[in-house]
Ligand binder design. Structure first.
Ligand SMILES: Cc1cc2nc3c(=O)[nH]c(=O)nc-3n(C[C@H](O)[C@H](O)[C@H](O)COP(=O)(O)OP(=O)(O)OC[C@H]3O[C@@H](n4cnc5c(N)ncnc54)[C@H](O)[C@@H]3O)c2cc1C
Length: 302
């Protein structure tokens, strides 16, 4: 979608919002798939209520991009524009055991920065790519850790109220890859309360998690991490593997040989290839186990 509305174009400089024309989402997502649209880069949180009011008034559909590590975007000219936060300065500040982190900050760098300051707990999240905002939205987790466990407060733009609010951790429910935020709420910053731990001990935990990831995931290939959520008490990867589907493909979209719940773009996969593979594998699992797998990957198709 190309922003043509003069009212929006005139307001962007004043709001401190940078407009990038016709960006390719294939270049902004880890799967390397997706069409083109205009990108609005937001420098100041305070500009968001006015910006979104303007977009809504002018009928410009929009979606919110973090680091692009959990997204499958359709091809062609996209029927929405994309909003992205520019990192604040500083990205992280510490006050005792509380880390205040900008939503645009890189999650891995946040984990290591806190570790170097003897704040642990998030070792399991070390290899999860993307931003802190994306991790909050998805309640990212790995190896027994989930980000929601450490959330003390979230600064969030609440679309329904059209204003920025601060929510206490207890006001938000964090479940397995799901949170109680409304779909159009936008995470802006978070206060994490982290346990004190000596750096060498945290580093040891980080190394163990890195090693587990390296030995089980196709890290050099384009993917969005796990495609499906694990069903209650089960493992999507194990079911797909048991059906002999490692290496199964539609075009260049392929079930990883390394981890059956990672689907990779092995070349020039289109969104249609990846969606067909997802639908096919879901159907086979449904037939064999009577379980309907739910997407963990977020699909942007309209
Ligand atoms: C190799 C690999 C390994 C992975 N391993 C794991 C893992 O172990 N555990 C795990 O949980 N995930 C894993 N993932 C998936 C992914 O990294 C996480 O879901 C991550 O938290 C997504 O963050 P992001 O910033 O990239 O979000 P994006 O992919 O950009 O967006 C994902 C969703 O969050 C929304 N969003 C992003 N930022 C914000 C914001 N500030 N406010 C509101 N909504 C927002 C988007 O609109 C979208 O709906 C993996 C991915 C890859 C590629």
């Amino acid at each position: 979608m190309r922003i043509e509305e003069p009212k929006i174009l005139a307001a962007l400089p004043e709001l401190g919002v940078e407009l990038q024309r016709e960006v390719s989402l294939a270049e902004l997502t880890y799967l390397g798939i997706g069409g083109t649209t205009d990108l609005l880069r937001i420098q100041k949180h305070e500009a968001i209520p006015d910006l979104l009011k303007l977009l809504d008034e002018q009928g410009v559909a929009h979606k919110f991009l973090g680091g692009g590590s959990n997204l499958l975007v359709v091809d062609g000219e996209l029927p929405f524009v994309v909003l992205q936060l520019v990192k604040g300065e500083p990205e992280i500040t510490l006050d005792g055991n509380i880390a205040t982190v900008d939503a645009a900050a890189d999650l891995g760098r946040t984990v290591t920065f806190c570790a170097k300051n003897n704040l642990g707990g998030m070792e399991g999240l070390i290899g999860v790519p993307g931003t802190v905002g994306g991790a909050l939205r998805m309640n990212a987790g790995a190896y027994g850790t989930q980000i929601g466990s450490y959330v003390r407060e979230v600064k969030v733009y609440r679309a329904a109220q059209r204003k920025i609010e601060f929510l206490h951790g207890e006001q938000i429910s964090f479940e397995y890859r799901h949170t109680s935020f409304a779909p159009d709420d936008m995470m802006l910053a978070v206060k994490l309360e982290l346990p004190s731990k000596p750096y060498p001990e945290i580093l040891q935990g980080i190394r163990i998690c890195n090693e587990k990831r390296r030995s089980s995931q196709p890290l050099g290939q384009k993917s969005a991490g796990c495609i499906f959520k694990n069903p209650p008490g089960g493992s999507a990867g194990r079911m797909i593997d048991e059906l002999g589907l490692k290496g199964f493909s539609h075009g260049d979209a392929r079930v990883s040989e390394r981890h059956a719940n990672f689907f990779v773009n092995a070349g020039q996969a289109s969104a249609a290839d990846m969606l067909a593979l997802i639908a096919d594998v879901r159907e086979r699992v449904q037939q064999a186990y009577g379980v309907t797998l739910e997407n963990e990957v977020v699909v942007w198709n309209a």
